[in-house]
Design a protein around this ligand. Sequence first.
Ligand SMILES: Nc1nc2c(ncn2[C@@H]2O[C@H](COP(=O)(O)OP(=O)(O)OP(=O)(O)O)[C@@H](O)[C@H]2O)c(=O)[nH]1
Length: 501
Amino acid sequence: MTTVASASHESLYLAALSVGSRAMMQADNWADGVDRLLAEIGRATGASRVWVFQLLELQPQAVLQDYVFEWAAAPAYRQLMQRRFRFFRSGLEDPVYRRLVEERRDGGCHDLCVSDMADGPLRRHLESQDILSMATVPIMVHGEWWGTLGIDDCRRAISWKGPGLDLLIATAELIAAAIYRHRLTSRSRQVELFQRVANCGVWEVALTNGHVWCSEALKAQLGYPATYPRVPLRRMLARLWREDRHQLWQQVRACLAGRQSHCRLDVRMPLYAGGTGWFEIVAEIQRDEAGRPLSMAGILIDIHRRKRDEERSRRAAESDALTGALNRRGLMRWLEAHARRESVHLMLLDIDHFKAVNDRYGHAAGDALLCQLSRRLHGELREDDALVRLGGEEFALLIRSGDGERMLALAERLRGAVVDRPFRLQLPGAPEPVTVAVSISLGVARMPPGTTDLETRQALALVWADEALYAAKQAGRNRTRRHASVTGAGNGALGSCATER
Ligand SMILES: Nc1nc2c(ncn2[C@@H]2O[C@H](COP(=O)(O)OP(=O)(O)OP(=O)(O)O)[C@@H](O)[C@H]2O)c(=O)[nH]1
């Protein structure tokens, strides 16, 4: 057996390695790159075949592999397309082959000259492929046996020790690096896809030095330009809405103390271009072996659509379907938000002789009038006041103010806005809209201050305003009456019911 180790071989191999690795880097994908590298190695060594087996499974009694790459010096040496090499199984009963597999698993290389081998299954197997000599090197990716790089010679019984084996080792390392790079790029592609599909961004904060890392998707989500070096995540967290920030820190503290495995919270975050967006923060603490917190990492999910839908359904549940004004549930929520600490006036408002409108023009015209009236009243109110349809043609107005005189002035303005401008109603089949003049009566009361629970105060205010409205109707309609609770007309104590007439 001759050895292929000489100074000329060495420089030839180095040149092949350099050309092959460059060709590999320039290839469109890693698999084409491996093919090019194997071709350079094959041509430089004068071998019959250079191949790569990928390890699929190492079982106690067999090894499963697949033949994934091949360069052949001539068509006669090709084996890649042979069915017997597709996902093939090699039994480990032969102790020679078993030892060879175990050594490969641990990173061992082999240089075999078939004529020097003892008779046995492995030698017979190589002879069946007309192999005279071969060398194999395991491909180790991230410390794991990924597969085997092999070189077969069917014309020369040579030893590959020295530069030949060194060349194979360097080639296996290049292939391992390509596989590792491919894994990383596939993984980052998967992460990008995940972020796109889930509408989220990934982030991590190192707890040891405070270093923050955010994905590009997260940057885009918060509206930062692509050229922006990094998202100032900590500054953004500091600018969270007060109550959101408070809850977030509570959860983070619970995670750090180990009382909670992860944080999950809906928060309002500032956006780069101004304004805020709704996001869900999901985060987990990473710890070292001793259990000390190392970093906090997680995702930020854009949930503005969910929040918008929730808001829409909440509004629908709290609104009157015909007029869009609040319903009784909306009234209670408005009171919850405003009537605990503030002074609130409640006006009851009823269309005078509405039955006559229905009777004369039909129910649909009555509905249209209710809608127009609702819009007109809305136009007269401030944004944080509320218009509630209690039922039929009866509305309630909730006004944030402590000044009774101003309430009465507002009530009069509303009354004028209705009686002074008749409504134009389009009747089904009629060529022109009809003009319908109506008036309203109003009763004003002030909600008793917050000594009793909200439900009782609300019920009392409704009773008082109803008293006043009744007085307005009794006085001939198209007028406003106030209950004694309204400032300047009495002390507003619970149970008092003096209404000016
Ligand atoms: N078009 C329409 N009519 C309604 C609706 N809800 C209640 N009504 C009608 O409103 C009318 C209320 O009549 P009444 O309670 O007698 O009151 P009114 O005719 O306005 O008389 P006063 O309130 O005493 O001035 C009835 O004819 C109801 O059928 C509705 O949603 N649409």
